[in-house]
Structure formats: C-alpha cells, structure tokens
Design a protein around this ligand. Sequence first.
Ligand SMILES: N[C@@H](CCC(=O)N[C@@H](CS)C(=O)NCC(=O)O)C(=O)O
Length: 228
Amino acid sequence: MTGTSSKWPIQHPDRIQLYGLPTPNGQKVSIALEELEIPYEAHRVDISKGDQFLPEYIRLSPNSKIPAIVDPKGPDGRPLTLMESGAILLYLSEKAGRLMPTRAHERFEALQWLFFQVGHIGPMFGQFGHFFVYAKEQCDHPYPVERYRKETRRLLKVLDDRLAEVPYIAGSDFTIVDIAHYPWVDCLDAFYKAADALQLAEFTRVKDWLNRCKSRPAYARGAQVCEA
Ligand SMILES: N[C@@H](CCC(=O)N[C@@H](CS)C(=O)NCC(=O)O)C(=O)O
C-alpha cells in the first residue's frame, strides 16, 4: 500500500496503519490504539462508497469489512496484516502488554466476554440498527425490529447482570473487553436514537459503566478517528 498509486498513501511507514471508520467496530480499534498509546496512521475506508470491495483493500481484509490494521513491525519483526476487531484488540493489547489479565484464569474469563461481544453484541445490535434505522423505508413489517429489539434488550440485561458483580466486563479492571463493548452500547442512543425503544434507562449499571468508559481521555481522542 505504499507509493502514490495507492488509494491510501502512507506518510509514516514505521507506524501501525489503521483502515477504518468511526462506526462501533472501527472505534474499538482507534480507541484501543489511543488507550495503549501505540503510534498509528489512520486511513478512511468509505464503506458507503464501496471502498471495502477494492482489490487493494481485500488484500488487507478478505471479508471486505472495516477495521483492518497493518503492523510493519509485527511479531519477529515481520509485517502483520489483521482483520476482525476482536483479533486486532487482542494483538494490540499483547503488543503493548496492557489491558488484558495475564493470569490464566482471569485471561480466559476475559476472552469469554470478548467472544461474547464479537459473537452476540456486535451482530445483534448491528441488526437492530439496520432494521430500526436504515431499512425503515424498505421494510415496514414489525417483525425484524421487534426480533432484534428483544434480543438487544436481552443482551443488555446480560451485561447489566454481569456489571452487578464486577465493575468492568472482564472483572476488576478496565480492559480491551470494555473497549470491544462500549462503542456498541453507546451507539444505541448516540447513533440509533433508540433510548426509548430499548428502554435503556432500565439498565442502570450499563449506563454507569458506559459513562466511566467514555470519561477516559482515549474516548475523546479515539472515537472520531477516520471521520470524513
Ligand atoms: N466481525 C467484524 C465486523 C466488522 C463489520 O461488520 N464492519 C462493518 C462496519 S461496522 C463494515 O465494514 N461493513 C461494510 C459492509 O458490510 O459492506 C469485526 O468485528 O471486525
């Protein structure tokens, strides 16, 4: 992706290259880079214009989704290209040696919640947003919104119950697992404007945890990276 013919010319080849957008999946990675104070260069991949299907991008992200990163100094000093936000978060935390528990028991507990986010929270909240916001005109049947509204509320209850036991999703400390979750939870009100539809006020522990996550300086620095 170097050289002038690239859609995304690189100014700082020594830094991690981030390909993204300020959507929840993109924000996870830009916020993590800011939290971990890892130098990076950001490139906007405009999925509304089909950038994700350019052969140049598919070489980085074979599934044509943002985010993706390229670390020129990956493991063993070799460049590493990664897609999938969960894998990227794990890689970045391991590279920096921060924001994941190191003891095996706590680490697997954290991994369980990280996989819960990528397997449930992201896909289900995303489907809810699709039908509640984007497909409003094309689909006037109540079934899809109701299906994903119910599932989103069920998942929020899972998080609320978890946060009754521990202050952060993986346990006692703020980790990449919180970074994986909170842009998605934030998006429900901030972007989908679904606070009433989802009765978000009921999830008081989730609300308190979200505010704590968003008050961290990395949120202000990382949430709008790759904006137009
Ligand atoms: N499982 C992927 C999901 C990534 C994803 O769905 N990205 C969306 C934006 S939030 C995207 O690139 N959509 C483009 C498309 O569907 O064409 C991850 O966690 O990184």
